[in-house]
Design a protein around this ligand. Structure first.
Ligand code: PMP
Length: 363
């Protein structure tokens, strides 16, 4: 059989093995139609089935109400930083941003190019190691929306519950790196979007979940590809969508349903994260987690050792043990373990054991 490594990449990242095998089995002929999903028209009956089923399965998994549109779009989550502002912040209005790490900082940077923004919280002085407490948030009651990043992929802080906003202010959320890792009350959000390439599928598709009333705000004459209203009306098929990526997301959603849905996934993800945090917490300061315990992410665990030399050695030695993708993001250094849905428990166990052994040898 083919050798597979323990994959801790931050994204693109591990896919469930059974999903890859299913895609492999269907590669030459999807459902007996004589061609692969890469080769078929996006207007064919086969593809219509694929995209509709993917949407229905996601709606079931997340409990998405009927008054929300689900769209499969492009441009990466990065484009949607600009699009949310272009579509949903009316001329002259301001939008509130809770800046908890590199990705919410990137989001406000885009929105600020196009209009007025307001920083409600900025964790940068504390190196983005925590989420704000409720009392620290002074929202603008007239804000067009509040933006949060549910899970900061680089800094490893993750919201455990939604911030409480002034009445009538919609909550927008970049959920790229913890999408479908846990049950979410979608009704608390007016918009959720996620680049798929961590938990949902391959790169190339962004899933956007938008409450219907938001679409009434979309100004006239936006470039069509940047217009959520058109994309919603055309059911993601205004132009050629990323067909293959959507198909793979659909297979992942089926895999999640077979596993027992997001409650079941969340239990496993919590268990995996605990295995690594336990090693960090019991290491007597040898491993230093970046985030304060209350704000810790279950998906991305950035941590440091006493010196960069030791960190380099950790990366080198871990690679030898087929533990791949543990180098921290180039902007912050150190180490990072990404434990997305598809990373098996055995891989996390292998990493935990490696960390304990590494400390024994190099402590
Ligand atoms: N938001 C978060 C939380 C991310 O982790 C990333 C990518 N790592 C992005 C946005 C940007 O996504 P993309 O590369 O799809 O534009």
């Amino acid at each position: 059989s083919v050798k597979r490594v323990h994959n801790f990449n931050a994204g693109p990242s591990a896919m469930p093995l059974s999903v890859l095998e299913k895609a492999q089995a269907e590669l030459l002929s999807f459902n007996g139609c004589g061609m692969s999903v890469m080769e078929m028209s996006h207007r064919s009956k086969e593809f219509e089935g694929i995209i509709k089923t993917a949407e229905a399965d996601l709606r079931e998994l997340m409990g998405i109400p009927a008054n929300y549109k689900v769209m499969f779009l492009q441009g990466g989550a990065s484009l949607h930083f600009a699009m949310e502002a272009m579509n949903f912040r009316p001329a002259g209005a301001s939008a509130d941003y809770i800046v908890t790490g590199a990705w919410s900082k990137a989001a406000i940077k885009e929105a600020a190019k196009l209009g007025t923004t307001n920083v409600v919280f900025n964790g940068e002085a504390e190196k983005f190691n925590r989420l704000p407490a409720a009392g620290e948030l002074n929202f603008d009651p007239k804000a067009a929306y509040v933006h949060i990043c549910h899970n900061e992929t680089i800094h490893g802080v993750e919201f455990k519950s939604e911030p409480v906003l002034p009445a009538g202010v919609p909550l927008f959320c970049d959920m790229s790196s913890d999408f479908v890792s846990q049950p979410i009350d979608v009704t608390k959000y007016a918009m959720i979007y996620a680049g798929a390439q961590k938990n949902a599928g391959p790169a190339g598709v962004v899933i956007a979940i938008v409450r219907d009333d938001m679409l009434e705000r979309v100004p006239a004459n936006l470039p069509t590809m940047l217009d959520y209203k058109v994309m919603a009306e055309k059911e993601s098929l205004y132009n050629t969508p990323p067909c293959w990526s959507i198909y793979m997301c659909g297979l992942v959603f089926q895999w999640l349903k077979e596993l027992g849905g997001l409650e079941a996934m969340y239990k496993i993800d919590q268990q995996k994260a605990k295995m690594i945090y336990d090693v960090i917490d019991k290491s007597g300061g040898y491993y230093r987690g970046h985030a304060v315990p209350e704000s810790r992410s279950i998906m991305n665990i950035p941590f440091r050792l006493a010196s960069e030399e030791l960190e380099d050695l950790f990366v080198k030695e871990s690679k030898k043990a087929d533990l791949i993708g543990l180098k921290g993001h180039r902007s912050v250094g150190g180490l990072r373990a990404s434990l997305y849905n598809a990373v098996p428990l055995e891989s996390v166990k292998a990493l935990a054991d490696f960390m304990v052994e590494f400390q024994k040898k190099n402590g």
